[in-house]
Design a protein around this ligand. Structure first.
Ligand code: 4FV
Length: 273
């Protein structure tokens, strides 16, 4: 399964380096994803290559003209009439992990990046299949949102993430935030890693991680918790968490003297806001 992204933009160079680095860069090298930038200005016919104009009815700023965008989209649809066309805009539906997963089932996406006050309304009516927003704030252009979308969607393409990692296990999988992560050193200035994580006791470790994911989600994103389909055990764990019952991770382990982290280190306390 490989995926193609055609990005319609006035600033194609913005995409050069972010998409060459690291995981996405390797995915492009491996041919798992293909990214094509299409400069909308190349689809103007006038000698001044005009892509924007003043808004009918007056008002501030400029609006992107329909014709160059129409020609650019039609030039791609000649090749693939079933391409799915997305417009990145603050007026779009909120982007989230499930939407990223759904978009990753499309073999070919056009991503239209707006600038100025946005595009002529007829672009939306005639060419756009879906409008997506990455957040309730206004950026100078749709290019960064397009990069965010490409990154989140590409992670679902088999082979993009290392074999040991599937996007299915990430945060927001089942609407829970991720559990706390630790790596060496065990003791950083007296702040020790929860013992259970060094126990090799995998069921105790996953129980601890589930609990901490529930704790963190209930503290930081109760809205997500409302959407998560929690198991009976989750509900029991959550009950303990909500009772603020500070769980000493001894609960997960057979009694092991001497290795216990300093008192009070057991239950992960979320940093006071
Ligand atoms: C945006 C967002 C965004 C609005 C005016 C581009 C800018 C300019 N896109 N999620 N938030 N777009 O701020 O997707 O045309």
């Amino acid at each position: 399964m490989r995926m193609r992204f055609d990005i319609l933009t006035l600033f194609p160079n913005m995409f050069f380096s972010p998409l060459q680095e690291s995981i996405l860069g390797k995915a492009i090298e491996k041919g798992l994803i293909q990214i094509q930038t299409v400069n909308i200005r190349h689809f103007t016919l006038d000698k001044h290559r005009v892509v924007d104009d003043i808004p009918y009815g007056g008002g501030q700023g400029m609006v992107m003209k329909v014709e160059p965008i129409a020609r650019a989209i039609e030039s791609i649809k000649v090749e693939n009439p079933s391409v799915w066309t997305v417009y990145l805009t603050p007026q779009g539906k909120p982007f989230h992990q499930d939407l990223a997963r759904r978009l990753s089932t499309q073999p070919h996406l056009i991503l239209l990046c707006g600038r100025y006050e946005g595009v002529d309304e007829r672009v939306r009516e005639l060419f756009i299949d879906e409008e997506i927003s990455i957040g309730d704030y206004v950026l100078t252009g749709g290019e960064l949102p397009a990069m965010v979308l490409i990154d989140a969607v590409s992670r679902f393409i088999p082979g993009v993430l290392g074999s040991d990692h599937s996007a299915e296990e990430d945060s927001f999988f089942n609407f829970l935030l991720e559990y706390p992560q630790f790596t060496r050193p065990f003791d950083f200035k007296g702040n020790c890693v929860p013992e259970v994580l060094l126990s090799g006791n995998h069921s105790a470790i996953s129980l601890w991680r589930r609990r901490e994911a529930l704790r963190r989600t209930s503290l930081r994103r109760p809205d997500l918790l409302a959407k998560a389909n929690l198991s009976e055990e989750d509900k029991r764990l959550l009950g303990e968490v909500l009772q603020g019952k500070s769980i000493d991770d001894r609960a997960y382990l057979p009694d092991r003297q001497g290795m216990r982290p300093p008192a009070g280190q057991a239950g992960i306390k979320d940093k006071k806001k």
